[in-house]
Design a protein around this ligand. Structure first.
Ligand code: ATP
Ligand code: MG
Length: 417
């Protein structure tokens, strides 16, 4: 995509090996993007990142036909966007492509609901259809019941949610997002990123997301394309980009990335081999803890739902008093996270409670554990910590690593009361 009158000539010069700057000087044209080729998979969040002027928006606008490429094609479901008439293009945009901008472009004189359903109105949807889709979309972004407000009455973060709701309400399956969160302050921005991921988990749109923020790119993207001077210099998963930067440029670009913001619990968690069951007695559990040399043990029910953590001395006290139930020793306030929790959110948990952190699924089933050593390893190295070797600190290894070791054999049915 070359801007300017001598576009064709500029392309040829660039192809023959002259640099972007040279070509631009010689022709007076601007090379927006050059020689880029990639596929976006259905349901994927595809992130384009690069410095200002690197060509991100140029590519995004080519995808929905706002830019007509000087050369090359854009296909959507097999249809060539770049060859469509204006009328066909409008139709495809209306049906299939939603767009969210840095400033959402809300209409200040309309209500929240009218803004959200604006796209549907243009499409000619009936008012009951609009109301239903609008309410669903507002619910998704956490603004249920706010439809009657004027958008001008909302805070920046809330307006951004309305914009997101509008893009979701239209049901277009491809969402193009051009720096949608960059105008927000960092805290609200993080909320929006999390909200966006949560919604995306539910609606599974295909998203092309432009940003100049590396942490945001690595956090949101299934794959990330890094652009420099109009060209993609690397395209890969966040993990690949961090571990194997393709060029010196990428290496410098990712140098100061904050792992705490990028890595999730999944990358540092390990399986929990030994648990106590809620219906077991203290004496049985105490015996097992002593055999395994564990100071703590997670307590689950028959469906492996987490009820909390017991500490060996508490269990011993119950056993001494001949108590039949473990329940009184169970600390149900023990920290609990999900696979997708970021390491930066886990770190404070170790400051507050010096115990292993349980990783559970959305139904509270115990899936794994994060121990302090593995967490710290995950924060400081590019290498993925794995299994027992992930506990680099001897003293902690003995204390918390013991939670993980135990016998290799699955013993979930052993020792139940
Ligand atoms: N309509 C246009 N006419 C002329 N030049 C343009 C046009 N649009 C973009 N450019 C130029 O193309 C290059 C790439 O611009 P683009 O907007 O794609 O960058 P970007 O990566 O989105 O940057 P930013 O992060 O600042 O939004 C820039 O040099 C820009 O000046
Ligand atoms: Mg841009």
């Amino acid at each position: 995509m070359v801007f300017g009158r001598r576009a064709q000539q500029a392309l040829e010069m660039r192809r023959s090996g002259r640099s972007k700057a040279e070509v631009e000087r010689a022709t007076g044209s601007t090379i927006g993007a050059f020689d880029n080729s990639f596929d976006v998979n259905r349901g994927e969040i595809f992130v384009i990142i690069g410095l200002s002027g690197s060509g991100k928006s140029t590519i995004l606008r080519a995808i929905n036909g706002l830019n007509e490429p000087t050369e090359g094609n854009v296909f959507l479901d097999g249809d060539n966007i770049s060859k469509m008439s204006a009328k066909e293009l409008r139709e495809v945009r209306r049906r299939k492509i939603g767009m969210v901008f840095q400033h959402f472009g809300l209409l200040p004189t309309r209500t929240v609901m009218d803004n959200v359903t604006f796209g549907l109105e243009v499409k000619g949807a009936s008012s009951s259809e609009r109301k239903k889709a609008g309410e669903e979309a507002l619910e998704l972004v956490g603004l249920q019941g706010q439809g009657k407000k004027m958008t001008s009455e909302l805070s920046g973060g809330m307006q951004q949610r309305v914009g997101l709701a509008r893009a979701l309400a239209t049901q277009q399956e491809l969402l193009l997002m051009d720096e949608p969160f960059s105008a927000l302050d960092p805290l609200i921005r993080r909320d929006m990123q999390n909200l966006f991921l949560k919604i995306q988990g539910e609606v599974q749109r295909t998203v092309v997301f432009v940003t100049h923020d590396l942490d945001e790119a690595l956090m949101l993207g299934h794959r990330v394309a890094i652009m420099k001077d109009g060209e993609i210099v690397q395209l890969g998963t966040p993990e690949e980009i961090l571990r194997e930067p393709a060029t010196d440029y990428v290496e410098r670009f990712v140098e100061d990335v904050d792992y705490a913001k990028v890595r999730t619990a999944e990358s540092v968690m390990v399986p929990v081999k030994e648990v106590a069951y809620l219906n077991e007695g203290p004496t049985v559990v105490l015996r097992r803890m002593r055999q395994l040399g564990q100071s703590h043990m997670f307590v689950v029910d028959d469906e492996r739902r987490l009820h909390g953590l017991v500490e060996v001395e508490e269990v011993a006290r119950l056993a001494e008093r001949d108590e039949r139930e473990l329940r009184a020793a169970v600390d149900d306030g023990t920290p609990k996270i999900e696979r997708s929790t970021y390491l930066r959110e886990i770190l404070p948990l170790f400051v507050e409670h010096d115990v292993p952190v349980a990783v559970c699924d959305e139904t509270d089933r115990l899936e794994g554990v994060v121990v302090r050593g593995a967490l710290i390893a995950g924060l400081t190295t590019t290498a993925e910590p794995n299994g027992e070797e992930s506990v680099p600190f001897e003293d902690e290894g003995r204390h918390e690593g013991a939670v993980l070791r135990g016998s290799e054999a699955e013993q979930e049915t052993d020792g139940r009361a």
